[in-house]
Write a protein that binds this ligand. Structure first.
Ligand code: NAD
Length: 502
């Protein structure tokens, strides 16, 4: 069976109408073999506008449904995801090139956020605030916001949407999703699964969750539409630089989840067995195509000559191959452009004095599929390509002797997403987590940079955009806050002792 044939079978099982992915103008490829698997029907500007209008109408109804009842819809969605986990996970592997456990893991992440959102639907707590005026009560309430636009990247084709959608829906919003043009099929599948849940729920307004297909121009239409209250945009920093100001111009809200250039520090006391495993997963897992992938490593000079040879061995022996029919740990890059970017960065690294292990293309018999052996590059210092994100499995390794300087170098890049330290020394660990330690949104101790759980707020600082999604109090970004003061006395005292007697 070809991949294209398997895709059709999976999409039929997942309930996706054939008309959505045949005869359209946007070809869709599988990075596993490079073959074309579908022709996606895209949305015109007019259709995008109509989808947003429908979403606005759906929001008006949905905001009046009690939050715990809204949670029931998300609970049913989670149930449907559980039932179709293997099919959707497999489609993620085919479309994004993830190994099976990661394809399934992404769907598990969707299930987890649904569970979280269901609980949250009974906990959208406001505050009661002490007021200075007698006979008054002051409080803070949270209300639904409006149409939430979601723009997502290819590398987490389903989880990122669900982080946003599950929270947005329990918060009383409607959702319009522009998935990556590189991963449209999994988006169609998610919507079909959502529709099953909506049917079981019964009374869901038409257009409560929609998907709009196309390239960045469709994303731009979503960003510019006056009826979209919030856009949660996940992708490159380049994309965020365009989207952020456009949203700011019309005072719309944004959650920006952009690129990372994540680093780890390996200290003299580190458990090196643990560090090797964590570094290998963080840097080579998902073929280096996670926003949280480990890209820079600072190793103390006292352990450098022990750790780096062990890492090199892991790089030379890690299995690279098809995520569908081998037990490989490293699947393909998404496309040719990703491969070329990787080779360009490696050439620049060599010009900057780097020594490269790995990085060459691995022949799998598919001319249009791009498999590479992950690259470990020993660098004399943090310079050239080390300072920017290349979305490929390249790990730059540098030696340090002074902990303070290692922290300065760690923070001396544009992005601020994820970070980790490997140490058994309490002072180093706590310093790394302190105000003058890591400047990232995620800072870990004795854990790699990637593989976050949904319970924490996810996102990063600086060029990563500052947005937060998923757990903790990230839900607040999907609601509007109102401060209410009620006077239950028969007087009208003014705040700050102001008098205005007429
Ligand atoms: P990308 O920026 O090329 O595209 C992401 C999405 O943005 C796509 O849907 C694309 O169509 C859309 N888009 C691009 N330009 C746009 C514009 N001007 N207006 C509106 N929409 C636009 O990113 P990619 O190659 O798909 O993904 C890889 C990047 O995403 C990496 O930089 C990675 O670090 C980042 N990423 C970040 C996170 C995070 O949570 N911080 C998560 C996943 C990926």
């Amino acid at each position: 069976m070809t991949i294209a044939q398997e895709v059709r079978i999976l999409l039929a099982r997942l309930g996706v109408a054939e008309s959505a992915y045949t005869g359209g103008t946007m070809p869709s490829f599988s990075p596993v073999s490079g073959e074309k698997v579908a022709d996606i029907v895209v949305h015109s500007a007019d259709e995008t506008g109509k989808a947003i209008e429908l979403s606005q109408a759906a929001f008006r109804e949905w905001r009046l449904v009690p939050a715990p009842k809204r949670g029931e819809l998300v609970r049913l969605f989670g149930e449907e995801l559980r039932a179709l986990k293997s099919e959707l996970g497999r489609l993620v592997s085919i479309e994004a090139g993830k190994i099976p456990s990661e394809g399934l893991g992404e769907v598990q992440e969707m299930i987890d956020i649904c569970d979280f959102a269901v609980g949250l639907s009974r906990q959208l707590y406001g505050l009661t605030i002490a007021t200075e005026r007698p006979g008054h009560r002051m409080m803070e309430t949270w209300h639904p916001l409006g149409v939430v636009g979601v723009i997502s990247a290819f590398n987490f084709p389903v989880a990122v949407w669900s982080w946003n959608a599950a929270l947005a829906l329990v918060c009383g919003n409607s959702v319009v999703w522009k998935p990556s043009e590189k991963t449209p099929l999994t988006a169609l599948a998610c919507l079909a699964i959502f529709e099953r849940a909506a049917k079981r729920f019964g009374d869901v307004p038409a257009g409560l969750a929609q998907v709009i297909m196309g390239d960045r121009t469709v994303g731009e239409a979503l960003v510019d539409h006056p009826k979209v209250a919030l856009v949660s945009a996940t992708g490159s920093t380049r994309m965020g630089r365009e989207v952020g100001p456009r949203l700011a111009r019309r005072f719309a809200r944004s959650i920006l989840e952009l690129g990372g250039n994540n680093a780890g520090i390996v200290c003299p006391s580190a458990d090196l067995d643990m560090a090797v495993r964590a570094i290998a997963f963080g840097a080579m897992g998902t073929a280096g195509q996670r926003c949280t992938s480990l890209r820079r490593l600072f190793v103390h000079e006292s352990v450098y000559d022990t750790l780096v040879p062990r890492l090199k061995k892991a790089y030379e022996s890690v299995s690279v191959g098809s995520p569908l029919d081998t037990s490989a740990l490293v699947g393909p890059l998404i496309d040719k452009a990703a491969y070329e970017n990787m080779q360009k960065a490696l050439s620049e690294a060599v010009e900057t004095g780097g020594i490269v292990t790995g990085g060459k293309r691995v022949d799998t018999g598919h001319d249009n599929a791009y498999y590479v052996r992950p690259a470990l590059v020993e660098m004399p210092k943090q310079d050239g390509p080390v300072t920017k994100e290349t979305f490929a499995p390249i790990l730059y390794v540098m030696k340090y002797d002074d902990f303070d300087e290692a922290i300065v170098d760690h923070n001396a890049v544009g992005a601020g997403l994820s970070s980790s330290i490997f140490t058994l020394n309490l002072q180093e660990a706590e310093r790394f987590l302190s105000p003058d330690g890591s400047d990232c949104g995620i800072a870990n101790v004795n854990i790699g940079t990637s593989g976050a759980e949904i319970g924490g707020a996810f996102g990063g600082e600086k060029e990563t955009g500052g947005g937060r999604e998923s757990g903790s109090d990230a839900w607040k970004a999907y609601m509007r806050r109102a401060t209410n003061t009620v006077n239950y006395s028969s007087a009208l005292p003014l705040a700050q002792g102001v008098s205005f007697d007429i």
